[in-house]
Design a protein around this ligand. Sequence first.
Ligand code: NAD
Length: 321
Amino acid sequence: MLIVPEREIADLMTRDAAFDAVEKVFAAMAAGDAYNFPVVREAIGHEDALYGFKGGFDQAGLTLGLKAGGYWPHNLEKRGIINHQSTVFLFDPDTGKAKAMVGGNLLTALRTAAASSVSIKHLARDDASVIGMIGAGHQATFQLRAALEQRQFEKVIGWNYHPDMLPNIEKVATEAGLPFEAVELEGMVDADVIISITSAFAPSLMADHVSPGTHIACMGTDTKGKQEVEAALLARAAVFTDEVAQSISIGEAQHAIGAGLIAETDINQLGAVINGTHAGRTSDDQITLFDGTGVGLQDLAVAAAVVDLAVQKGIAIEVDF
Ligand code: NAD
């Protein structure tokens, strides 16, 4: 069995490799070659932790496994380690033998950023020049960095519930040589692409904060009850997702579906656009919305890619198991 520790991931994994792995696995999901297993998520009654598994099998990439982990809210204050903790386990689909154990913390941020980035590549207008960020926490910086590679953006605008966090995303814009402007939510009408990545349970972005032709990637809503955008916005938009079952149950679409504003059949897999079986954006005026809920297959895809890189560079630790 191979081990790739968390400390090695930053030097091994690139945004390009994460993008390719996620784009491929979304395509495999839409082609029916890859599927996610039901998610387990439990409050374990210890340290207020939420722990669970996300797994799946990709028959095209021959990747089988799971990500185990969750959220330990007291880690940072008590132990000085991050609250989100996860590890990916890969298995040999021919034999069932454990194949690899990979640190999953940084990979989670990279695969989530890759998902919105893939959505921008396939759904945003080619001439998109202003990107709007809603959220300025840990994930937001990864999201923005990856998104800036997809179009010739000229300006970054941002809003955050806690304005004191905005310098986090301003720093990413500055590093990319782009001007940054903090705006009110109404100012998002100037954006051609909007990424929302917050932990909110009530909508911030309303339907009239969005101009025709905008692409929105909603990345924060991954749990029942969470919500970042007004449900009416989904009714105005062509809606895409990583996985329809998650979109309607734990994703942004749960609210529009619940309110009867859209039907399950109105939601399309982003993978179908990648495969060319769905047209994607059909006009420059259309609003497109990607409901990125986060699937286990994304974790497995980036973990498999990092194992390959670790083997190539002689960094993977081999143990008898
Ligand atoms: P974080 O704690 O670092 O940042 C949280 C962000 O949410 C901050 O910008 C904060 O200001 C904002 N926020 C907090 N309360 C708010 C409110 N009431 N209204 C509006 N904004 C509010 O968290 P993070 O690590 O950046 O994660 C952000 C979200 O992304 C979380 O909900 C997390 O579960 C989700 N997430 C999704 C995926 C996926 O695959 N879709 C993957 C990882 C994380």
